[in-house]
Design a binder for this molecule. Sequence first.
Ligand SMILES: [Fe+2]
Length: 228
Amino acid sequence: MLTPTAIQQDGDRHPAGVARLSRRRLLWGAAGLVGASRALAEEALRHETAEDALGPFYPLSLPKDQDFDLSLVAGHKTRALGQLLYVSGRVVNPRGEPIANAVLEIWQANAAGRYMHPGDTGDAPLDPNFQGYARIRSGADGSYLIKTVQPGNYGPRTRHIHFDVRGKRSRLITQMYFEGEPRNEADPLLKMQGPEDRKTLISRPGTPTGKQERDAMAVSWDIVLAFG
Ligand SMILES: [Fe+2]
């Protein structure tokens, strides 16, 4: 857009000020600049992470141990069964700016596909060494990390992890999925998402940090909150 400074400078050079510019040129110039800056802004904005169902298995009673490591219950010597998995990413606003101190509640089925919830009457076994739930906060740079096990499939659902994320002005209830899972296409909730929203829900394979166990999987998933 033409800034007051630009107009003032023009006026300084020409006593008649902006009146010397043809009205047509001025309008076309301003429209072009507005269009260009809007296109740039839209290109830079990140698509906000889509909502997904809360689902029936948010814990009725929260475990005592709610730390970032769902694969180990405090005081237990044995880790949960299943493929170790690290999930990390950043909580950001659509401009990509970090949202520090966001509260993330995370819950999921165990490796066999069973929730620690009385409403889950599936046949799959419970795992007493699986924490199943975490409540953590994002760091100053918006980053978060959990260590868990890969959730099993259950019923018609493909593998997923539930998230309830609270930023400063936004709350997002959603689910994170895994790239390349054979059951993704048939999942009743994931297939209801439009193509752009769907992309925001699928994590990508992450880069091992070297500090993780050799056989651990890692995925990366950023959470974009609409209003930060
Ligand atoms: Fe679920």
